[in-house]
Design a protein around this ligand. Structure first.
Ligand code: ATP
Ligand code: MG
Length: 138
């Protein structure tokens, strides 16, 4: 059965700065995702705080916001069967030290705060996140 989904992804500022964007985009295509949108952007503090509002009471929130506005990032909308779970599988665990061999965070992440990519954690949140930046693609 088909379960075509869309998810929201970000190539975070650490990976852009280290010039990993093309390698990550190649991995995305090799793994069968259709890239519906790819948009380089430099977030404002307000955009970062809104995007990660769910984490606003966590001790790492300030660090996370500072990092996400530290340089340009690349926002993506990806489409595939079960895209939300498939993209999180391809990224690997949040902490690169725990990410399975061959996953994006294993290959390109430095530490839990600088972990190369973002992916929506549910279909519901994917719609909210896509809607924040690409309302025409929800
Ligand atoms: P993301 O939402 O970026 O895809 P995730 O869903 O795997 O990552 P979350 O729990 O949503 O993980 O955390 C959001 C981001 O906050 C993480 O990607 C990471 O960069 C940062 N983060 C999470 N935990 C910590 C921590 N203990 N210390 C520093 N940064 C953290
Ligand atoms: Mg998350």
């Amino acid at each position: 059965m088909h379960n075509l989904e869309r998810t929201f992804a970000i190539i975070k500022p650490d990976a852009v700065l280290a010039d990993y964007s093309d390698d990550i985009l190649n991995m995305i295509e090799e793994n069968g995702f259709d890239i519906l949108a790819v948009r380089p952007h430099h977030w404002t503090r307000e955009q970062a705080e809104q995007f990660y509002a769910i984490h606003k009471n966590r001790p790492f929130f300030g660090e996370l916001v500072d990092f996400m506005i530290s340089g340009p990032l690349v926002m993506l909308v990806l489409e595939k069967e079960n895209a939300v779970a498939a993209w999180r599988d391809l990224m690997g665990a949040t902490n690169p030290d725990e990410a399975a061999a061959g996953t994006i965070r294993n290959l390109y992440g430095a530490n839990i705060g600088h972990n190369a990519t973002h992916g929506s954690d549910s279909l519901e949140n994917a719609k909210i996140e896509i809607g924040q930046f690409f309302p025409e693609l929800v």
